[in-house]
Design a protein around this ligand. Sequence first.
Ligand SMILES: Nc1ncnc2c1ncn2[C@@H]1O[C@H](COP(=O)(O)OP(=O)(O)OP(=O)(O)O)[C@@H](O)[C@H]1O
Ligand SMILES: [Mg+2]
Length: 260
Amino acid sequence: MTQGHTLNKASQAIVPVAETIGITKRYGGIVALSDANLKILPREVVAIVGDNGAGKSTFVKILSGAQAATEGSLKVGGRDITFHRPSDARDAGIETVYQDLSLAEDLDVLSNLFMGREECYFNFGGLSVLNRPKMIRRAKQLLGEIGVNVPGVHDTVKGLSGGQRQGVAIARAAGWGSQLIIMDEPTAALGVQETAHVHEIIRTLQSRGVAVLLVSHNMKQVMELSTRVYVFRRGRIVAELTTAQTSTDEIIGYITGARG
Ligand SMILES: Nc1ncnc2c1ncn2[C@@H]1O[C@H](COP(=O)(O)OP(=O)(O)OP(=O)(O)O)[C@@H](O)[C@H]1O
Ligand SMILES: [Mg+2]
C-alpha cells in the first residue's frame, strides 16, 4: 500500500465537527429553511452567504440550539444529537457569537468572560465564594492567547471599542474548549483596522484547531478567511463551493440567482 493511498483513506475518515441533515424550518406557512445539508470539518472556516431573508440566521439558530428544526437532524462529532436549548449546544462544544454580542455593558471584561461559568472556591446550597485570582489569571491567558487587546480585565465593556467588544465576545466563546464557534456577521459594525484584527483572531482560532462557521455579507472577508462557502437562497442551499476554486463573481451569481 502506498503512503498516498493511506493518506487518502485517512482523509475520507475525517469526522465532521458538526453536520446538519435535511434541516427544514417552517414558521406557520412560511418555509424559512428547506432541506439544509451542511458540514463543518475540523479546522475549517465555513462561510454562509446569501441575501436578506435567505435563511442564514434561521440555520444558525438551529445549530446553536436557540430553535428547534421542524424536520431533519444534527450530528456533532459524528453522533446524532438533539438540542433543546442553547446550553445543550454549548455542552456539545458549539459556541455562538451573536450579532448583538450579548455582552453586559455595565460589567467588566472579567465578569463578561465568566458569565455563568464563574470559578468558585466553593459552591454549596447557593452560597459561593468566587476564586477571583484564578479567574483573572485565566482571563489574561485567554485574551493573550487569541490576541485580544483590552486595557484591563477590570474595565467595563461600556468603555471598549467595537473591535475590543467583538474580541471579548469571541474570547468568551473560545474559552470553554469549544470545537466550533459560530459568528453572525462579526465585523459588520467594525472599521478597517478592527476588522483586520478580528480576521487575525479567526486565523488564530483556526490554528488552534477550532472550526468557525461565519455568516457574512462581506465577499472579501469570505474569500480571505473561508475554506468553503455555502450559498443560501430563499431558504435553500443552492451551492457548496471550495473557496480556492471559486470567485466573488461566481458566489454573487449564486446569491442573486443568475447561477444555479
Ligand atoms: N420568527 C419568525 N416567524 C416568521 N417568519 C420568520 C421568522 N424568522 C424568520 N422568518 C422568515 O424566514 C425567512 C428567513 O429568515 P432569516 O432570518 O433566516 O434570513 P437571513 O438569511 O438571516 O437574512 P438577513 O441577511 O436579513 O439576516 C425570512 O423570510 C423571514 O421573514
Ligand atoms: Mg440574519
